[in-house]
Design a protein around this ligand. Sequence first.
Ligand SMILES: [Zn+2]
Ligand SMILES: [Zn+2]
Length: 347
Amino acid sequence: MRQYIFTPFLLLCVVLTTKAQTTSNNPNAEKYIYWGYLSDYKLGQATEAFTAIDDMLQTYLPEKNEPCLQREMALVSLDQLLHDTDNDATEPFYTFINNRMLRVLEDLDRPVTKGLRIYKLYNDGFIIKSRKATVAIDLIPGGSDAKPFIKDSIIYGIAGKCDALFISHIHPDHANLNIAKSFAARGKKVIVPYGVWVGVDPMIQQIEVPEVETDIEFEELDLTLHVLPGHQDDVYNNINVVEFHGEGTVAQTGDQWYCCDMDWIDHVHEKYEIDVLMPNCWIHDFERHIRGFGPKLIITGHENELGEHSIDHREAYWITIKKMELMPNLNIPYVLMTWGEQYDYQR
Ligand SMILES: [Zn+2]
Ligand SMILES: [Zn+2]
């Protein structure tokens, strides 16, 4: 009887030992076992998710109106990753944003033959390229000086391919002095609000009189900059209306947030023919601003700012989709883009 019980037990031992030996012979066998290593697990998951999102966004490109299901899935997944503070300042995030910005750097060499090519960058940054000019608005590296989100070689490479820089206001998620200096050092103009960086460099030009609309001609670039005197509370916030002669006019609102500017914002469309409006996605009274500018197309900015705000004010792509759904009678198309994406606009 004793021998009868012992035999199957011995057999089981032999099977288990054989299985263990097989497993240990495979050097990758334990690569994806994270038991007890919670932060490693989250890094592994973030790496996989950022990579899949990047692939998805390169397959399903920006398009007018509500994004297709695949793009929406990618953007909402990005919202989730970027609203989980465990992913802040991690390698998967740095890899994601730098890969996308590197593609912008390379793509800026691709000529525009007609209309405008609009690139969206972190955080409320845009680059608009026409046949004759490449203009940056609110171009920043993000992060801290010690550890910027975008590598110096990439962000300064991008800056080097632009002809002028326009800055909405002094807040660090829009304005970076080192980037501005890099433009000035190349003899390229930087236009900033009244009182900002006075005396730093003659190429960094302040609006001379506050509260007054200012026009600046860039003959060599075949464009006119119209600076509208906006505010974010009590901070001067230039609304940059860039008229690329014969190609299109864009308006970027910076962090516009001031009820008393509405009286004149209501009438912007009477003076300017705005092709593309690029508002901050959390602007107050969104619909009234859009009607005031009267654009032909909307491209929002400022989603997923990874700054000092708590996650409820990081803003999400899904919230922009919901806000646009609340304006069914607007009849103005929008293009929802993320960092490193581009859209070709033609009148
Ligand atoms: Zn601001
Ligand atoms: Zn901002």
